[in-house]
Design a protein around this ligand. Structure first.
Ligand code: PGA
Length: 252
């Protein structure tokens, strides 16, 4: 069966010492959580310090983005997949809606970033999701279809099998307005069906699809009961160790 994944996206919060302190508190609070994988995604500058402090624990470390460029070169401001590995990352968030809408991450880049991550053995957490306008216009599934089709263009089944997908409706991110479990399940079911069509049953049945968008300690358990929700990508509620630990320990 699919092992759930609870991932915390710290966005542009926390200095190095704040990141380390939160990670250390979290480490003791989730030490007994064997039912799921626990991932935290600090800012780039905190990655190495956090990864060193959680080494050997059940917490894994993700970056929030990666360069599409593979080799050393004149790419000011970029950080390669190899460098993220070197800093202690096992995962990387790719195509978050904030990167898509604010920083020009188009599907073509996202496709190349996914390839770069896979080439260096990082597990991508690929984000997708529609805006409120797109949902209200009845286009939510079409938008997610378009994103996934372009992002995974040319991918082999065995590469797709290595991904984690996060469905994050843009209207639910940071708004306090969570998708209902039914709304989320409907899209997760759609995504799993889409994966079956394109990459076959064994890929679609094995792949973890996370829900993201205002996940909190008091709504996680209900979301996790939905058949095709295999975990969560948590923003705001992951910044405090106590609230994120409650989300990780949703089964208690
Ligand atoms: P949120 O963010 O939990 O604060 O809504 C989720 C995300 O952007 O990944």
């Amino acid at each position: 069966m699919r092992k759930p994944v609870i991932a915390g996206n710290w966005k542009m919060f926390k200095t190095i010492s704040e990141s380390v302190n939160t990670a250390l508190s979290l480490k003791s609070l989730v030490a007994n959580a064997n039912h799921c994988e626990v991932i935290i995604a600090p800012v780039f500058t905190s990655l190495k310090a956090v990864a060193d402090r959680v080494e050997g624990s059940n917490i894994q470390v993700a970056a929030q983005d990666v360069s599409d460029q593979l080799k050393y070169g004149a790419h000011t401001g970029e950080i390669s997949a190899e460098m993220l590995k070197d800093a202690g990352c096992s995962h990387v968030i790719i195509g978050h809606s904030e990167r898509r809408s604010l920083y020009g991450d188009i599907d073509e880049f996202i496709n190349r970033k996914l390839r770069a991550a896979l080439q260096f053995g990082l597990t991508p957490i690929l984000c997708c999701g529609e805006t409120l306008g797109e949902r209200d216009a009845g286009n939510a599934e079409q938008v997610v279809n378009n994103q996934l089709t372009a992002d995974l263009n040319g991918f082999a089944d065995e590469d797709v099998a290595k991904l984690i997908i996060a469905y994050e409706p843009v209207w639910a991110i940071g708004t306090g307005r969570t998708a209902t479990p039914d709304q989320a399940q409907q899209m997760h079911g759609y995504i799993r069906g889409w994966l079956t069509d394109k990459f076959g049953t064994s890929v679609s049945q094995g792949l973890r699809i996370l829900y993201g968008g205002s996940v909190k300690p008091d709504n996680i358990a209900e979301l996790m009961r939905a058949e095709d929700i295999d975990g969560a990508l948590v923003g705001g509620a992951s910044l405090e160790a106590e609230s994120f630990a409650k989300i990780v320990n949703y089964n208690e």
